[in-house]
Design a protein around this ligand. Sequence first.
Ligand code: PGA
Length: 254
Amino acid sequence: MSKKIIIGNWKMNPLTLKEAEKLFSGIAKEISSIKKTEVVICPSFLYLEKLKKIRTSKIKLGAQNAFWGEVGAFTGEVSGEMLYNIGVQYVILGHSERRALGESSNDVNKKIKASLEAGLIPILCVGENIRDESHNYFNFVKTEIEECLMGVSKNSISKIIIAYEPIWAISSTPNRKDATPADCLEMVIFIRKIISDKFRKEAYRTKIIYGGSVNEKDAKEFLKNGGVDGLLPGRASLDVKKFIEIIKICEVLN
Ligand code: PGA
């Protein structure tokens, strides 16, 4: 069985490199005995190279975005190839905070294909704004997945991680609500069906994970009853103690 995965999304935090190094080293120090859990940290682009130099075999690095062009006249962009070349292995794509700034599923689709081409593992984020009573949120997530995975080959689907992140549960959403493992499970089953219909048995190994204010208190329930292969904490990944606890919970359950 493949390992469960815990991915920390640091977003635009912390403010200084020094703090980033302290946080990263603090986590690295505490997880030397972890064997059954894949741990990934996704810091700001700026910190990637420095953190790469902190020796640990237990933490893989991920970026929070990657452009679809390989190299050339794209002012302000960073390509998947560039990230791969400095030792990055994962990349978060289509996060709702980027979509809110104007990124479309078409953009995400191009980024997924380019990232795969560059040798990165894309972490595709999908999730609805609200849970309406007529259950339109299922269609919303279905459309996001179909648009973002358009033209992705059967051979590549098992390399992609799909993160279900309901926007209404993310810590940065005003008046957010807690999602439950049951909310998560029904969507994970639905997502598994969408990708299985499209990619057949090649989709069985695709990891589906959950993110949305997950923390050390509810991680166990999501991992046990949410039907997921891992978690994508944001805020809780900025706290050494909380993040380590989530990893340890996962390790015990694995
Ligand atoms: P959160 O972030 O855990 O702070 O809600 C998760 C995410 O947005 O990836």
